[in-house]
Write a protein that binds this ligand. Structure first.
Ligand SMILES: *[C@@H]1O[C@H](CO)[C@@H](O)[C@H](O)[C@H]1NC(C)=O
Length: 235
């Protein structure tokens, strides 16, 4: 009984953090899928986008583990080329050490049912330095793709107390990003975060908008790369 209460309570906190993100990005700069061919959506069969993701080769997508936990993944589709093409998911896995109460290790890998050759992005092998310029790509209202420029913050800086997060919330498997346009707001989990043409993160959670004193929190791809590569090989 006590255990049930604690779990429910923690689940409410996790759900609140996740819900802090508005679905559509406001204040981004219009872009195209040809500028970011690796960007994909995870969508339900009726076309509702639930998350973003990134093609890391012709058959595998990296997204957030939190994107898969509420769905029957076999019923989801991957939208390529801003949804012009949809592809079925043949297999998927999320990091077994993903913790939905803290969002630690919030990463998942999908294997597509068919190869797509639109383009992909390399996994970062080291985390970007704090202050690096990053770009988060996602959807504004409707289906328009937009970029949000962010200044990347290390886990240490993000949890330093200068922002809305405490040291024990921002773990080593995380990075943060503060929108450089203070009006930019929102986005979906799984949206790719790129620095120097490498995937450094996927949007995971956050308090508020990702702007002003509320950076968004990303899964740190360099920290999770060993698991990602192992999963790609085994799916
Ligand atoms: C966003 O960042 C890119 C590359 O880092 C830069 O070329 C572009 O000018 C920036 N856009 C804005 C609106 O700051």
């Amino acid at each position: 009984m006590v255990k049930f209460f604690v779990c429910s309570f923690l689940f409410v906190i996790a759900a609140c953090a996740g819900n802090a993100y508005a679905e559509a990005i406001q204040g981004g700069v219009a872009t195209t899928s040809s500028a970011h061919p690796y960007v994909v959506s995870l969508q339900t069969s009726d076309g509702t986008r639930i998350c973003g993701g990134a093609l890391i080769n012709t058959k595998n997508v990296v997204t957030a583990a939190s994107c898969l936990s509420n769905y029957d993944v076999s019923q989801l589709l991957v939208g390529v080329n801003n949804g012009a093409k949809t592809v079925k998911i043949a297999a998927s896995g999320f990091d077994p050490s993903y913790d939905f109460t803290t969002n630690e290790n919030d990463v998942a890998v999908l294997k597509l049912a068919e190869a797509v050759s639109v383009g992909s992005i390399a996994l970062a092998s080291s985390a970007p330095s704090s202050g690096a310029s990053g770009v988060v790509t996602g959807w504004a209202s409707g289906s328009s793709l937009v970029d949000v420029n962010v200044s990347v913050l290390s886990a240490e800086e993000c949890g330093s107390g200068d922002y809305k997060y405490s040291e024990d919330e921002i773990l080593d498997s995380m990075l943060c990003g503060l929108a450089t346009n203070s009006q930019a707001c929102g986005g979906l989990a799984g949206n790719p975060v790129v620095v120097n043409n490498q995937l450094v993160g996927v949007v995971s959670w956050g308090y508020g908008c990702g702007n002003k004193g509320n950076p968004s929190v990303f899964a740190n791809v360099a920290a999770l790369r060993t698991w990602i590569n192992k999963e790609v090989a085994s799916l």
